[in-house]
Design a binder for this molecule. Structure first.
Ligand code: AMP
Length: 212
C-alpha cells in the first residue's frame, strides 16, 4: 500500500506493537521516533545523550532534535510509511506537512486505567527492541527475547511516576492533533481495547475501508 499514515494514541495504547504488524502486512516503512531516539541513546551519540534527559523525565524531546531525525527518514522515501510517535504536537504536525502529505491518521483509543497496567507489565528487548507484555504477550522463556535471544528489560521511562507524566504530556500536547486531523477529514478512530489480534484486525479493516 502507498498510504502515508500517522498513528496516534497515548503511551501504552499499543501503537508500537500494532505499528510493526501493520507495516509487515501493508508493506509500509515503519518510522518510530521513540525507537530512533532509544537507538541514539544506546549508541551514545550527542543527540542520544541530550534526548535521554527528557525521555527519562517523561517529557517531549525538543522539536529540533526529533525533526532532524524525521527529515532524514522521510525525505526521499519511496512508497508508503507509518509514523509511530510522530507528530507529538502541533508544531511537529505542521513541519510534517512541509515535507510530505499525510493520507490518514489512526487514533488508538484506550482508557487510562488500562494504560498504566499495560505499561508496567511491558518488557522490551535490549538488542532488537521487540516488545512483550507479561500477561498479554509473554516471552516463551522469562526475560529472553523470542526473536533474537536478547535480554528483556523494563524501559526506564516505564515507571509508574514517569508514565503519569507521559500521559499528562499526551493530553496537553498530542491530543490536539486528533482535532487537527479530524478537521481535515482523515482521522480514523479505532477502539484500542481488547487483545492484540482483535485490535489489529480492527485497525487493518479501518485502514482498508478508508483507502477504498
Ligand atoms: P515512545 O516510544 O513513542 O513512547 O517515546 C518514548 C519517549 O521518546 C517519549 O516519552 C519522548 O520523551 C520521546 N519522543 C518520542 N517521539 C517523540 C517526538 N515525536 N517528539 C518528542 N519526543 C519524542
Amino acid at each position: 500500500m502507498d498510504a502515508r499514515i500517522v498513528l496516534l494514541g497515548a503511551p501504552g495504547s499499543g501503537k508500537g506493537t500494532q505499528a510493526k504488524r501493520l507495516c509487515e502486512e501493508f508493506d509500509l516503512t515503519l518510522i518510530s521516533t521513540g525507537d530512533l531516539l532509544r537507538q541514539a541513546v544506546r549508541d551514545n551519540t550527542p543527540l542520544g545523550a541530550e534526548a535521554k534527559r527528557y525521555m527519562d523525565a517523561g517529557k517531549l524531546v525538543p522539536d529540533e532534535l526529533v525533526i532532524g531525525l524525521i527529515k532524514e527518514k522521510v525525505e526521499g522515501l519511496e512508497g508508503g510509511f507509518l509514523l509511530d510517535g510522530f507528530p507529538r504536537n502541533l508544531e511537529q504536525a505542521r513541519m510534517l506537512d512541509g515535507i510530505t502529505n499525510v493520507d490518514m491518521a489512526v487514533e488508538l483509543d484506550v482508557d487510562e486505567e488500562m494504560i498504566v497496567d499495560r505499561i508496567v507489565k511491558r518488557r522490551s528487548c535490549r538488542q532488537c527492541g521487540e516488545v512483550y507484555h507479561l500477561a498479554a504477550r509473554p516471552p516463551k522463556t522469562a526475560d529472553v527475547c523470542d526473536q533474537c535471544g536478547g535480554e528483556l528489560y523494563q524501559r526506564t521511562d516505564d515507571s509508574e511516576e514517569t508514565v503519569r507524566e507521559r500521559l499528562k504530556v499526551y493530553h496537553e500536547r498530542t491530543q490536539p492533533l486528533v482535532d487537527f486531523y479530524k478537521e481535515r477529514g482523515i482521522l480514523i478512530k479505532v477502539d484500542g481495547r481488547g487483545g492484540i489480534d482483535e485490535v489489529y484486525h480492527r485497525i487493518a479493516d479501518a485502514i482498508r475501508g478508508f483507502a477504498k
